[in-house]
Design a protein. Structure first.
Length: 326
């Protein structure tokens, strides 16, 4: 069969997105070019890989099988590329990182430092929500991911590298700002601006409320932290965010952290990769760089008094550190 690598790449993207138009946008091709590559692949195989069901494009049984083979082949080619990069060392190469939006600021800081040390390295950074970051990992579309606590999955392994304390924030002039040991049951009566239900922040706060047999009265969901911070500052409600994402807003007196019982919630940030994945020399160098240098790119542990509330060390279930399989 005269199947080309390009045909496999185009087919895999179309199979992932179930849309020739969206695949064309993702690959920077025209829609007819994507259709042609898929049609040529089907002609080589002698079988249809897609079928139209109503208005939706779906994979046939052959298409589902071919997607697995295509991903395996492309993964092997990626391993070959990695091996060749290792022979050249880490003076140059491509580093592909997926980052949960909560860590965007940190990722920018540490990537800049890493590239200063290895100026020949090219970086592809994808910032998205938790679910999309996990999808990038599972489909082997990135070398590493920076995120909160990853789910328990046999295909993932994680290195814990930083505390990620979650706090309740309010506008700087909110009536609760100067109160101490505010009962959680009083706080939940206020309107809240929260991340979407699939986010780690949302899940952690809801678990705390469940443990205390409480629930929020009014919730407005938003899909990124910047929107939450701006909404809270504007007075739309209270919010729950990582303490390390509001350094500038606290300094500018746009936001304040409320002194609420049972908070901060102790969480962790992780460097996640596929279990058994052979990292390129560049990706492995970045992994070690993060584990060694992360603390230098975040505020010190005592920069905000509320951090004293954190226990000495209470790892959450499923959040084992140092290459623990999760």
């Amino acid at each position: 069969m005269n199947i080309t690598i390009r045909q496999l790449q185009v087919f895999a993207k179309a199979a992932e997105l179930l849309s020739f138009t969206r695949a064309a946008e993702a690959l920077h091709l025209s829609q007819p070019a994507v259709s042609m590559q898929v049609r040529q692949l089907e002609e080589h195989l002698g079988i249809h890989l897609f079928e139209q069901v109503g208005k939706r494009l779906q994979l046939t049984q052959a298409g589902e099988a071919m997607e697995r083979y295509a991903l395996d082949i492309l993964s092997k080619l990626d391993e070959a590329r990695i091996y060749m990069e290792e022979l050249k060392g880490i003076r140059r190469g491509l580093l592909t990182i997926a980052v949960a939006s909560t860590l965007n600021q940190f990722a920018s800081r540490i990537l800049a430092a890493f590239v200063r040390q290895y100026p020949g390295v090219r970086v592809k950074l994808e910032v998205s929500n938790r679910e999309e970051v996990l999808a990038q990992l599972m489909r082997n579309h990135c070398d590493l991911a920076l995120m909160g606590t990853p789910p328990e999955h046999e295909l993932l392994t994680a290195d814990r590298f930083m505390d990620n304390p979650l706090v309740v924030i309010a506008p700087y002039d909110h009536w609760l700002v100067h109160r101490h040991d505010i009962p959680l049951e009083k706080v939940v009566r206020e309107p809240f601006v929260m991340r979407e239900s699939g986010s780690g922040t949302y899940q952690a706060f809801q678990q705390l409320l469940k443990n205390q047999q409480l629930q929020l009265d009014e919730v407005m969901e938003m899909n990124n932290n910047e929107a939450i911070k701006q909404s809270v500052a504007a007075g739309l409600g209270l919010g729950v965010v990582s303490l390390y994402t509001i350094e500038q807003e606290l300094a500018a007196r746009q936001l304040a952290v409320l002194d609420v019982e049972h908070l901060p919630i102790r969480r962790y940030w992780h460097l996640v990769r596929r279990f058994g994945k052979r990292l390129s020399a560049v990706a492995e160098a970045f992994r070690l760089f993060v584990l060694r240098e992360a603390r230098h790119y975040m505020p010190p542990g005592d920069w905000y008094p509320e951090l004293r509330r954190l226990p000495v060390d209470e790892p959450q279930p499923g959040a084992e550190a140092d290459n623990g399989k999760t």
